[in-house]
Design a protein around this ligand. Structure first.
Ligand SMILES: [Zn+2]
Ligand SMILES: [Zn+2]
Length: 344
């Protein structure tokens, strides 16, 4: 019988390759030949030992080609390029039924490779339900299609901020998520202010279309945002950096009726002090953004297929499945954008 390889994080700074039996899709299943899978923060945290859960089959930012499809699949056929949404939702719980499947109470329990915990994108093949694949344009670069998942997370975040034409939007941090937020906020018709301490990343922000750059290591970002908005503060602020002091600054620079979005998760989760009177009197909204809904993923897949979003600056390196450790090391460097692993 035919076998395929899966790369698994087996301990702190350790990976191993496991073999699994290749199966044929039945019913509504598809067999995807993985082309690219990007290394996300979750996998970096497991590899470096910040989150200890071993063995862990990481990899949830995936693109590939349909190799074969079950008889009941209607949306894709062999040879189609696809992006994969690995966040499974049960369809049964309160949140799934109310159209908020990203808040599903049982999500992320997926086990694609028999008996292995984790989404399992660092592999040569994946047997998936067709509901989880999104058909991409024929001429799409599959390296770009692998970034549909992180882009979809940002689409969800942008939607939560309810941006209007002409709004002043601040993006705190210009990692890949900040870069996506800048591009999406521009598409929504906002004036975008990017805050970042790294000059190289500020240059990326400029390329992504940011109108105003603030080096928050050199100037007081809160004061500068207030000055740029005639003292009002911004209409929407996205905190994409896992620093609770920046979360606090993000709330501080949000104006009346503004929306502050805690895009990132925070480790450690230190509490911040906020003025509840400011929230009372300004009617500001403090919200978050966690995981994309199916509709967000569909939008992201279209934005990439249509080449509306520029992804070329955001891929730092591509490594083979066999040299994934090297990829993790690059991904953990603070100046890296996404590192892709090829399923070849
Ligand atoms: Zn991700
Ligand atoms: Zn559910």
């Amino acid at each position: 019988m035919e076998k395929y390889n899966v790369s698994v994080i087996s301990g702190v700074n350790e990976v191993e390759t496991l073999e699994f039996e290749k199966k044929s899709p039945v019913g509504r299943q598809v067999l995807v030949k993985v082309e690219y899978c990007a290394i996300c923060t979750l996998e970096q945290r497991v590899f470096s030992g910040v989150m200890k859960r071993y063995p862990f089959a990481g990899g949830h930012e995936i693109s590939g080609i349909i190799e074969s499809a079950g008889d009941d699949v209607t949306s894709v056929k062999p040879g189609d390029k696809v992006a994969v949404r690995m966040l499974n939702s049960c369809g049964e719980c309160y949140y799934c039924k109310s159209g908020h499947e990203n808040q599903c109470v049982v999500s992320f329990k997926a086990s694609v490779h028999e008996g292995l915990l984790g989404p399992g994108g660092f592999s040569e093949y994946m047997l998936l339900d067709a509901i989880n694949v999104y058909k991409m344009a024929e001429d799409v670069d599959l390296a770009h299609a692998a970034l549909a998942e992180p882009l979809a997370c940002c689409v969800h975040s942008i939607n939560n901020a309810q941006i209007n034409l002409g709004d002043d939007v601040v993006v705190v941090g210009v990692g890949i998520m900040g870069a996506f937020h800048i591009q999406l906020a521009k598409l929504k018709g906002a004036r975008v202010i990017a805050c970042e301490i790294d000059e190289g990343r500020l240059e990326v922000a400029r390329k992504m279309g940011a109108d105003i750059l603030i080096n928050s290591g050199k100037e007081d970002a809160v004061a500068r945002v207030k000055e740029l908005t005639d003292g009002r503060g911004a209409d929407a602020v996205f905190c994409t950096v896992a620093s609770t002091s920046l979360a606090s600054d993000s709330i501080e620079m949000t104006g009346k009726l503004g929306r502050a979005v805690m895009y990132t998760s925070f480790h450690p989760d230190n509490p911040v002090e906020i003025s509840v009177n400011k929230i009372h009197s300004s009617e500001m909204i403090i919200t978050g953004a966690v995981n994309p809904k199916m509709s967000d993923f569909l939008i992201a897949s279209r934005l990439i297929s249509n080449k509306t979003i520029d992804l070329s600056e955001l891929i730092s390196e591509t490594v083979s499945l066999g040299s994934i450790s090297k990829g993790f090391k690059t991904a953990l460097k603070p100046d890296s954008y996404r590192v892709l692993v090829t399923g070849k």
